[in-house]
Design a protein around this ligand. Structure first.
Ligand code: AHR
Length: 495
């Protein structure tokens, strides 16, 4: 038996809904095929956006979408993607498969997608190969309500009102594909770019996100904060979970993995806690009022591509192992919501740890999708302090705590507790104790479970899906429940 204690008397703040954000790049079949099929496609769509995918993402309550990259962002010239589609420039996507990019999905299409999803837009601008003028024009094009060269161009292209895009990324991975810059060089550039990213409407200030560190590059965060901290609202962080650390040539299979790799994946994903802690501490050294956020705008698993698929397209399957990775990371972000203002899993559809896979007109929801959907009640809720008794489980050097949780209370009083049992063989009896709350009402629970490699396919799309938990035993202090091996659960307590 393990005890979990949820203490409603203590909280570090409200969970920003954007922690449940997503990332979509012009990479493989994420944007084209996955999100956008074009108006003339036989696949049901509204203005070119796949209706099935849009419906599923809305159901999951997607709060924000990052676009157009990724590495692609620092090769992207936004003017190529506006105006009549027939005359849009055709370019080569040099980072991802060398395929032709016809620019049929550009700014107007992205904003239309966000409108259909009911989510915020987060645009990553080109610092690596663009200019300050080009970036500043993009902001003017999107956000200027009055008369200006860019707003006039937008109107010519059919959009009268500004979109008031709030979130702007100042480059992407400037230390790597975004220009191979040093921290010092980037920090200076960032100051310059940030100066010209104007707020055109005081009611809609822009939120400037500096390109952040790779994993544990604390020097990067320190230099950016020290030199550019006054000009930005957030710094980003990228951390991918690879089963075999640092080995990009042989990362491991998404589906056929030995037990040791199940645990090495979870072991490595738990490192997110330490990374968020340490980068946050550096941010606070330079800015104590918690006004500058940490935006983890790329995270998730990265495996070898599915055999037989284009290596440049990063298409991978998704199992219960990925569900646990998602559960652990979302719990970590919830429990650091005083600093983490946004996180974006890579990537929404058909790329890396996708929540949705598509094939022609078929769509599959992955185990990761179900975790996001089960956790959606945390969005905008007040994080609650939580503690859980754990024991170590694992194989060899890869020992992990068997349980991982987070909790929050929504405005209507309902408490949501999300818990993962990381052990692949042993169920756990969990005794959940709730303190600092009024009279408790009904407790309901949903459970996602299966073997570590369990997954959904186009032929069997419902192998892994949440089920209602029948046996939740009320106790004087809360409730008691059994969590099966390799499972993610969400409990809702009415207050
Ligand atoms: O998500 C795939 C790639 O990973 C992104 O383009 C880049 O930012 C990161 O290296």
């Amino acid at each position: 038996m393990s005890k979990a204690i949820i203490n409603a008397n203590r909280s570090i703040g409200t969970i920003n809904p954007n922690i449940y954000g997503h990332f979509s790049e012009h990479l493989g079949r994420c944007v084209y095929d996955g999100l956008y099929v074009g108006e003339s496609s036989p696949i049901p769509n509204v203005n070119g956006m796949r209706s099935d995918v849009v419906g599923a993402l809305k159901q999951m309550k997607i709060p924000v979408l990052r676009w157009p990259g990724g590495c692609f962002a620092d090769t992207y010239h936004w003017q190529d993607g506006i105006g009549p589609k027939i005359s849009r420039k055709k370019i080569v996507n040099t980072h991802w498969g060398g395929v032709t990019e016809d620019n049929s999905f550009g700014t107007h299409e992205f904003m239309e997608l966000c409108r259909q999803l009911g989510c915020e837009a987060y645009i990553s601008g080109n610092v690596g190969s663009g200019t300050v003028q080009e970036f500043s024009d993009w902001v003017e094009y999107c956000n200027m309500g009055g008369l200006s060269p860019m707003s006039e161009q937008r109107r010519v292209n059919g959009r009268e009102e500004p979109w008031n895009v709030k979130y702007w990324g100042i480059g992407n991975e400037a230390w790597g594909c975004g220009g191979n810059m040093t921290a010092e060089f980037y920090a200076n550039l960032c100051r310059q770019y940030a100066t010209y990213l104007r707020t055109y409407d005081r009611e809609h200030p822009v939120y400037k996100i500096a390109s952040g560190a790779n994993v544990a590059d604390y020097h990067w965060t320190k230099v950016v904060m020290e030199q550019a901290g006054r000009f930005i609202d957030a710094v980003s962080l990228h951390y991918y979970t690879l089963p075999r650390s640092g080995n990009w040539q042989d990362k491991g299979s998404a589906l056929n993995f030995p037990r040791g790799e199940y645990y090495s994946t979870l072991f490595r994903t738990l490192r997110m806690d330490e990374l968020v802690e340490n980068h946050s501490r550096i941010i606070r050294q330079y800015e104590k009022d918690k006004k500058i956020g940490l935006v983890v705008d790329e995270w998730g698993t990265w495996y070898d591509v599915e055999p037989g698929t284009n290596p440049g397209f990063l298409y991978q399957q998704n199992t219960m192992r990925d569900a646990l990775v998602a559960a652990v990371n979302l719990n970590i972000f919830n429990n650091h919501c005083d600093t983490v203002t946004m996180a974006n899993i890579a990537q929404t559809v058909n790329v890396l740890q996708a929540v949705i896979l598509t094939e022609g007109d078929k769509m599959v929801l992955t185990p990761t999708y179900h975790v996001f959907e089960m956790y959606k009640g945390h969005q905008n809720a007040r994080q609650l302090e939580s503690y859980v008794e754990t024991s170590l489980t694992g194989e060899g050097e890869f020992q992990v705590p068997n349980l991982h949780i987070s909790a929050s209370q929504a405005e209507d009083g309902k408490v949501l507790i999300t818990a993962a049992n990381l052990d692949d063989a042993k169920p756990v009896e969990l005794d959940c104790i709730l303190t600092g709350l009024g009279k408790r009402g009904k407790v309901s629970g949903r459970l996602l479970t299966g073997a570590a490699g369990a997954h959904n396919t186009f032929d069997a799309p419902e192998t892994v899906r949440p089920e209602t938990m029948e046996r939740i035993e009320p106790t004087a202090e809360g409730f008691r429940v059994q969590l099966p091996a390799c499972s993610v659960a969400a409990f809702e307590v009415e207050i």
